[in-house]
Design a protein. Structure first.
Length: 275
């Protein structure tokens, strides 16, 4: 519908690519390989009909090129409310409620593609009863993840907060000691930017998009429980990363995202007027 409308009106079409559709094939009740292939074909076909494709990381630009996308691609990191997350306050009450000496935070939808069970299994490899994992978010895998925690023997060290209101999240970040990011299906991972702005040491599964967001900060590890556990030990030893926070404040502001996006649209309109 968007393509038809743009062609009929003679206006530019911009496709913003923020979801790897093929990584969600398990939600479709068909054979997974065929579903992934169909999602890849849909992404490539639609992207090549656009005048410009906007992606949040250079890694996603490379991925689309690998899929056969030939349309112009612009990298525009998704912005967050950097001032709000930088202003989070450390809460003694929250930490007392969790009963932890060290708090590892994961903010995520609790869904299969987010790989949250990896963080729980990594926690079980940290031989420290005072280190706990706090999960902010809800989703269809909540019950299954509770079973994972119980099977791993860490059910008393995993805290399921459920949905956390957006205005409360900055204090949750500020009240934690490290951030873990086990997902490898994201196109960017906004929570990585939020953690950086909050000054948290980050441990992330090694993907090109995570490396793009972290930009040399944090600890990147292979997607195994042993590797993530090692990364968490390292993260809990280092102080809060103020240099990373300062960099993230500049890179992920909503104003910067808006200015870059507006410039793309203005450029396309100018080209259309002179064509």
């Amino acid at each position: 519908m968007g393509v038809r409308f743009a062609r009929r009106r003679g206006i530019p079409l911009v496709f913003t690519y923020h979801t790897q559709l093929e990584e969600y094939a398990h939600y479709v009740p068909f054979e997974r390989t065929a579903t992934r292939r169909a999602a890849t074909t849909l992404t490539r076909t639609y992207a090549n009909l656009a005048d410009t494709v906007i992606v949040p990381t250079s890694a996603m630009e490379a991925r689309l090129r690998g899929l056969g996308v030939t349309a112009p691609i612009a990298v525009v990191p998704t912005g967050i409310d950097v001032d709000r997350f930088a202003a989070g306050r450390r809460s003694v009450a929250l930490r007392e409620r969790w009963g932890a000496r060290n708090v590892i935070l994961l903010v995520s939808r609790l869904a299969r593609e987010k790989n949250v069970d990896l963080a729980i299994r990594a926690l079980a490899r940290l031989d420290d009863a005072g280190t706990h994992l706090v999960l902010a978010g809800d989703g269809p895998e909540r019950a299954a993840l509770g079973d994972v925690a119980q099977d791993a023997g860490v059910e008393h060290r995993v805290h399921f907060l459920g949905h956390v209101a957006r205005e409360e999240l900055p204090d949750v970040y500020a009240s934690s000691d490290a951030f873990v990011f086990p997902s490898f299906t994201e196109t960017q991972g906004l929570v990585l930017a939020e953690a950086l702005v909050s000054g948290l040491p980050v441990v992330a599964v090694d993907t090109p998009q995570s490396r793009d967001v972290l930009d040399g900060h944090g600890v990147v590890v292979s997607p195994t429980a042993e590797a993530v556990a090692w990364g968490l030990r390292e993260a809990l030893r280092i102080p809060r990363e103020q240099s990373a926070a300062h960099l993230a404040l500049q890179r992920f502001s909503l104003r910067l995202q808006a200015d870059r996006t507006i410039a793309i649209y203005q450029g396309l309109l100018a080209e259309r007027r002179t064509a």
